[in-house]
Structure formats: C-alpha cells, structure tokens
Design a protein around this ligand. Structure first.
Ligand SMILES: [Zn+2]
Ligand SMILES: [Zn+2]
Ligand SMILES: [Zn+2]
Length: 244
C-alpha cells in the first residue's frame, strides 16, 4: 500500500524520518551502461524522476499484482527512445498473458491513436541473458500463486513470497546481496515476516540481506537496530554496488 498508508494515523505513517516513506517495491540494475528494471510499480513515475532515470533497456516482471505492474504506462517516455524498436518486457508466460489482457490498449495493434508505450512482451520460463548478464527466474510461493524472483550474478531480488521452495533455495547459494520480502512481524497469508526471512538469511548466509515490501508496522530506525549486523531494511533510493 506504500507508507504512509492512505488514511492511517499510526506513528510510522506520521514519521519525520525520510526512510519511513516507502513507495512500492522495485529495483533498477545498472551495468555497462545498461539499465534493467524489475517491476513497474504505481509509483514508477515518481521513482524514475527521483533517480533521474534517462534510459531503460529492459523490464522484468516478478508477477502481476497491481503494486508491481500499474506503472507500465509511464514507460512511455523511456520506451520512445527505442524507436523504431520497442522496449522489451519479460515475464512468466501466464503473467505475460495477464499483462497483455489487462493493458489491451497497449498491446492491441488496432489501437490507432498513438501515445502508447512502445513495448514488446517476451514470455520467459527460464534464464534470460540481457546485455551479457544472465537473469535467472527463481520460483517463489506467494500465497497460492507461483511467481518469479530473480538472481543476477551474486545478487537476488525476491520480493512478494510466503515461502521459498527447496529447489529455489538450492539456487540461492553464495550470494553477496539478497533481497527478501518482510512485510511485518505478524503472519500474513501471502507474505514473509521479519522472523521468517531472518531464518532464510541464517540458512542461505548471504553476505548482506535487505528486507523489502515493508509495511507501516516496521519503523525504519528501530527495526534496523533490532536486526543482525548483515541484515537491514531497504529504503527508497537505496544504492548498492557489487560485481556483476
Ligand atoms: Zn500507518
Ligand atoms: Zn504480490
Ligand atoms: Zn507486492
């Protein structure tokens, strides 16, 4: 829902700490002059302006929930720079189909009035190589749905999930950076919790772990103080460097 959450009077929603202001989750991976975005949130426009994004080379989708796709139309100015080509999007075949149906005006070739994002949808079921870097989908359980996380080099971005299957855990060894869903402390049917994600960190032992998809139950500073040295809450605008 983002923090502050609409209409909420809790302490975190009224916090003056800028780290407690959370737009919807997304990451941008930049390397060798390329920029690959994971998810287009309803806050994508604000995020892109804040981070002064000048170009995008590809977009990967984790799943089709509204908080991960609704910013697709704001790809327009960045997609126009690909003329006469189109900005490539990648998603699981079912997610690709859903996005095509949800945004028919974008993908419907008969729409004649222009002004549309110039994008092309590419269904993927396995690793995809983008400009020399392999992005490997990692299956996650998100309530009763299977969705994608992505591993790229020594980093993995695992947003929305309630569970990580054993077969996926096996593909998350030797990580320098691991992003994990940690919505709150209280159990949730489709999201991981702080305690559950700490158990995953203990098991996978990445060098550094960052929690994401955090709701207004977790104040930034106080929560960070309670976490182990190598685990931190991520925050809007956070930048990490690593060898890809
Ligand atoms: Zn609140
Ligand atoms: Zn979701
Ligand atoms: Zn979500």
């Amino acid at each position: 829902m983002g923090v502050p959450t609409i209409g909420c009077d809790c302490a975190v929603c009224h916090s003056t700490d800028p780290h407690d202001r959370r737009t919807r989750p997304s990451v941008l991976v930049e390397y060798g002059g390329r920029a690959v975005l994971i998810d287009t949130t309803p806050d994508f426009r604000e995020q892109a302006i804040r981070e002064n994004i000048r170009h995008l080379d590809a977009v990967l989708y984790t799943h089709t929930h509204a908080d991960h796709i609704l910013g697709i139309d704001d790809l327009r100015p960045l997609s126009f720079r690909h003329k006469p080509n189109r900005l490539p999007l990648y998603a699981h075949p079912q997610a690709a189909e859903f996005i095509r149906n949800m945004f028919r005006y974008i993908f419907d070739a008969n729409y004649k009035f222009g002004g549309l994002p110039l994008v092309e949808m590419n269904p993927i079921e396995g690793p995809v190589e983008l400009f020399g870097v392999t992005f490997e989908p990692v299956t996650l359980i998100h309530g009763d749905a299977e969705i994608f996380g992505f591993r790229f080099g020594p980093a993995a971005y695992l947003t929305d999930h309630s569970e990580i299957p054993e077969s996926s855990l096996a593909r998350l060894q030797n990580l320098d950076i691991l992003f994990l869903d940690a919505l709150r402390y209280k159990p949730h049917p489709t999201h991981s919790t702080v305690d559950n994600s700490l158990r995953v960190v203990e098991r996978l032992r990445p060098k550094r772990a960052f929690f994401t998809h955090i709701c207004h139950d977790l104040p930034h500073e106080a929560t960070n103080a309670s976490l182990p040295e190598n685990v931190k809450l991520s925050y809007d605008g956070m930048k990490l460097e690593f060898d890809l």
